[in-house]
Design a protein around this ligand. Structure first.
Ligand SMILES: Nc1nc2c(ncn2[C@@H]2O[C@H](COP(=O)(O)OP(=O)(O)O)[C@@H](O)[C@H]2O)c(=O)[nH]1
Ligand SMILES: [Mg+2]
Length: 315
């Protein structure tokens, strides 16, 4: 297709146009690079907020409430919900779609669910490309919701300016989270479902673990906000915390630094993807199959096989 971007149309936040660009980004890397090349100089104004945590913690409910609040304050908001997709259905969670449609029809809001397939972490290159599209379109805030289970929460910290980790009182989630490295990436915590039993205990235990950890930024105090997302309790406090963190980064000259680090990781990812593709283009399936048979027969080893192919690629 003709990939000449109509910047004015994008900036008018024409939703159908934005959707079309996103679909192209999702479909192939060639379109992505053409689109991002053209819009990139228009990005950088949006504030990107990562919301991560275990499944069912209330991330979507919190995001939904925050968006409603921001809309009431006349801000425009983009939401990218990255769902752990079943390889069988290939679609995002239905519940989220229904919930999101509530705000999705608002003129100043744009909601998109994305599958997390095809990437090891929760956030693929495509997600960040989509965030760029929404940024260039002029949305004031962009939310990135991802499930944090293991590796993926590390990725969200690479994509967001402010990262909030959502925990709930039950099931020792708080302790699990510390192990999973969520401590290092959280700019603040949200203890959601504070209406449930055990929330005080959970609060105290997160607080005490926080006091032992190495800080993300030396002068930044990582706080825990209690919320009951269902009825909106704590939502304004969460918003204020986002603003406080933004102010902290801005006044210390850290916004650019953080974004540079992100850019470095993003470029590395793009290079990996490119090299990987180039690499496998070089070999025909028959060569690969022959070598595999040799390895399985014990005539070669996986390391020898890999080295031979790398050598061939490099010459
Ligand atoms: N009791 C209680 N339930 C909540 C609260 N926030 C969300 N929920 C419910 O928890 C379930 C999972 O919420 P959801 O936002 O989809 O979680 P996500 O998987 O983290 O996005 C839903 O049924 C919500 O209605 C809360 O503060 N208290
Ligand atoms: Mg969700």
């Amino acid at each position: 297709m003709n990939n000449l971007i109509e910047i004015e149309k994008l900036k008018s936040r024409d939703k159908r146009y934005i959707s079309r660009l996103i679909t192209q980004v999702e479909s192939d890397a060639q379109s992505s690079s053409s689109i991002i090349d053209q819009i990139f100089s228009h990005t950088g104004s949006a504030w990107r907020i990562g919301i991560t945590g275990p499944p069912g913690a209330g991330k979507s409910t919190i995001t939904n409430e925050l968006v409603k609040y921001l809309l009431s304050q006349n801000y425009s908001v983009g939401v990218i919900a990255v769902d752990p997709t079943s390889p069988f259905t290939g679609g995002a969670l239905l519940g989220d779609r229904v919930r999101m449609s509530e705000i999705g029809t608002h003129n100043n809001a744009f909601i998109r669910s994305m599958a997390s397939r095809g990437s090891l972490g929760g956030l693929s290159r495509k997600t960040i490309d989509v965030a760029d599209i929404l940024d260039a379109a002029g949305y004031d805030f962009i939310f990135l919701e991802t499930v944090g289970v293991g590796q993926s929460e590390l990725d969200i910290a690479e994509a967001a300016d402010t990262t909030a980790v959502v925990l709930v009182p039950e099931s020792g989630d708080s302790i699990q989270a510390m192990k999973a490295g969520l401590m290092e990436i959280a700019d603040f915590f949200i203890l959601n479902k504070s209406d449930r039993p055990g929330s005080e205990t959970a609060f105290t235990s997160i607080k005490s673990i926080l006091s032992f950890r190495t800080r993300k930024q030396s002068d930044w105090e990582t706080e825990i906000i209690k919320s009951i997302a269902q009825d909106g309790t704590g939502i304004i406090e969460i918003y204020k915390m986002i603003e406080t963190h933004r102010e902290f980064l801005s006044s210390n000259g850290l916004v650019g630094k953080q974004r540079q680090k992100r850019m470095y990781n993003r470029i590395r990812e793009i290079i990996s993807e490119k090299l990987n593709k180039e690499f496998w283009k070089n070999f025909n399936q028959q060569d690969v199959s022959d070598s595999l048979a040799k390895i399985v027969n014990g005539d070669s080893s996986p390391y020898k096989f890999a080295q031979k192919f790398v050598n061939e690629f490099l010459t």
